[in-house]
Write a protein that binds this ligand. Structure first.
Ligand code: ADP
Length: 633
């Protein structure tokens, strides 16, 4: 095929402009990106060779070669990995995965055009970092097992060319034509072998393939010769002593190994000796993966045995609620040829997993105790996972016990999120329950008619803002022997005498209005299970309560969203006897329970209660007509 000139896909182009024009504190990151790509390419080849030896064509010594060159003002990074076909170059280098790019550009927009390194890497635009230091980039590549090679060239300005070329061995070579400021200067001379050597040591020391460079050696007799040396130690980081590993080394390792860009929020490096021997190097990434809670998210840890890689994404170590943890486990007690099925049954894996889980939870509670701000950062990203953990382990007291003190909630009286322990500590002695209310946000909840009384009494209410919160709280049932009491459940009560007194009064009143309540219920047909008077409302006329058994109204909505329309909340219409509407209702009832006026009044009362809950009435047009009729009167 001849030379083709192609345009970058529009979004790729925008991204490229952003990358090139943004100012970096770290001009040197291109090197670790390209080394990382090279190492990935060798990984891919190696995996393929496990089932197809021929693909190596006899060359099974993997290497990455870096060649800085002052004369041509270039730096070249080559690998003998898997390489790319023409089609792969076009789709991998000329395009960026649609979804990733979109998400990226949205983030950039959110930040009003502000773009930083963290952002770039989150969406895997590593290769493009080459354009930070180069005004022209050539990529020459030959796919393993094939003879054809292609050359991709671009100045990053919207177009690239792609043409056939010669390459005598498999793999990829990336040639960066450096901008003048990166040649020969004092700060960033990327044609200087010593500078590059330091960068490789700093960022890529642990890369498990040799990174080689040419070095000029002068002998005593004045002769000069070129020596090829491996620059990186290739020692797996986790095998080194904890005390000898710098924070930066850990960070770089995670970035490379798990395609993270930002440094992790928390790192766990444990070595265990004894009956089961293992080393684990785990981290909590700074940000949750966008698909963390979707089916396509693949959780799991990498598995090594005696430093030899066995498997990616082994799911059997950690429970599902810790799906956000990334890392690896290296254990000599696991055989090299273990299958996924055997792993699941392996006692060693279970034992290691349990120990890791315990360790992670312990570190989390330490973080909560000692570094509140960082814990809250963690909570914003992963709190949902822990709450799902509580819900999924509703019948496992041990797990619930481990998790309950790590949970945090918004509340009605606090600016910041609180633990359950903190809520309980603030409770007045007379309060015996933990009051909670669910809704989509703080404002919506605070406007609920049921909240008025609690606000007046100065009682703090736990806000359940995430749909999973209510499920988690139901699974817990109690905290510190205090039951959770939803403000919208039919059994809602306050502990004080005043409430008890009004309650008795209202009960008396209900007795004398038995017929009325029965008739309202009859008008509403099957829509409600009960109509009753309440001592719960202040200025509101009506509200909906739900039965003590079964889901709440919000849970009903969640079930419906999950295609489970059969879990229905038991609806109870509560009427405030101190409201003018109640008097009106009684008056209409006295005129006859079969009159249209009475029936319409009942329907509209119920509709109001529905609207307060954010539920659309079944027959909105009819309701609107009735309101219109009333207004015109
Ligand atoms: P990422 O590495 O995060 O996927 P990049 O922009 O760095 O993003 O690379 C895009 C894709 O191009 C890679 O996923 C890979 O398929 C391909 N690629 C990049 N460099 C190489 C290389 N040296 N050898 C083979 N393929 C490569």
């Amino acid at each position: 095929m001849s030379t083709e000139t192609l345009k970058f896909q529009a979004e790729t182009k925008r991204l490229l402009d952003l990358v090139i024009n943004s100012i970096y504190t770290n001009k040197e990151i291109f090197l670790r990106e390209l080394i990382s790509n090279a190492s990935d390419a060798i990984d891919k080849l190696h995996f393929e060779s496990l089932t197809n030896k021929d693909i190596l064509d006899g060359v099974d010594e993997y290497e990455i070669f870096i060649l800085p060159d002052k004369e041509t003002k270039t730096i070249t990074i080559s690998d003998n990995g898997i390489g790319m076909t023409r089609g792969e170059v076009i789709s991998n280098i000329g395009t960026i995965a649609q979804s990733g790019t979109k998400a990226f550009l949205e983030k950039v927009r959110e930040g009003e055009g502000k773009i930083d390194e963290e952002l770039i890497g989150q969406f895997g635009v590593g290769f493009y970092s080459a354009f930070i230091v180069a005004d022209k980039v050539e990529l020459i590549t030959r796919k393993a097992g094939e003879t054809a090679a292609v050359k991709w060239t671009s100045d990053g300005a919207g177009e690239y060319t792609i043409e056939d070329c010669e390459k005598d061995s498999r793999g990829t070579m990336v040639v960066l034509h450096l901008k003048d400021e990166f040649v020969g200067g004092e700060d960033f001379d990327f044609t200087n072998a010593a500078v590059i050597e330091n960068l490789v040591k700093k960022y890529s020391d642990f890369i498990r393939y040799p990174i080689k460079m040419n070095f000029f050696v002068k002998y005593n007799d004045g002769k000069e010769t070129v020596e090829i040396r491996t620059v990186n130690s290739m020692q797996p980081l986790w095998t080194r002593n904890k005390s000898e590993i710098t924070a930066e080394e850990y960070d770089e390792f995670f970035k490379h190994q798990f395609h993270e860009w930002e440094k992790p929020l928390e790192i766990f490096h444990t070595k265990a000796e004894g009956t089961t021997e293992y080393t684990a190097l785990l981290c909590i990434p700074k940000h949750a993966a966008l698909n963390l809670f979707y089916a396509d998210y693949e959780a799991g840890l990498q598995l090594y045995s005696r430093h030899v890689f066995i498997m990616n994404k082994c799911k059997d170590f950690l429970p599902d609620y810790l799906r956000f943890i990334k890392g690896l486990v290296d254990s000599p007690d696991l055989p090299l040829n273990i299958s996924r099925e055997l792993l699941q049954q392996s006692r060693e894996v279970k034992k290691i997993g349990k120990a890791l889980e315990r360790n992670i939870l312990k570190q989390l509670s330490k973080l909560l105790k000692n570094e509140r701000e960082r814990y809250e950062e963690f909570w914003q990203e992963y709190g949902k996972a822990l709450k799902i953990g509580v819900y999924n382990n509703a019948y496992d007291e041990k797990v619930k016990d481990d998790l309950k003190d790590l949970l945090m909630f918004e509340t009605s009286t606090q600016e910041k999120i609180s633990t359950l322990a903190e809520y309980v500590e603030r409770m007045p002695e007379t309060q015996t329950k933990i009051y909670c209310a669910s809704g989509k946000d703080k404002v919506t909840i605070s406007q609920m008619p049921q909240m008025e009384l609690l606000r007046e009494r100065g009682i703090e209410v736990l806000y359940l803002l995430d749909p999973v919160d209510e499920f988690a709280v139901e699974a817990l049932q109690k905290y510190a022997d205090k039951e959770f009491q939803a403000v919208t459940r039919e059994d809602f009560e306050l502990d004080d005498e005043e409430f008890k007194k009004t309650k008795t009064e209202v009960e008396e009143l209900a007795k004398s209005n038995e017929d009325l309540l029965k008739d309202v219920k009859e008008v509403l047909g099957g829509a409600v299970s009960e109509v009753r008077l309440t001592s719960h409302l202040k200025s509101g006329a009506v509200c909906l309560a739900t039965g003590v058994n079964g889901p709440s109204l919000n849970m009903e909505k969640t079930f419906a969203a999950m295609n489970n329309p059969f879990f229905k909340a038991q609806r109870i219409l509560e009427v405030n006897p101190n409201h003018a509407l109640f008097k009106k209702l009684s008056g209409l009832h006295a005129l006859g329970k079969d009159t249209d006026e009475f029936k319409n009044f009942c329907q509209l009362l119920y509709t109001q209660a529905l609207l307060i809950e954010g539920i659309m009435p079944d027959n909105p047009v009819e309701v609107a007509n009735k309101i219109a009729e009333l207004m015109a009167k």
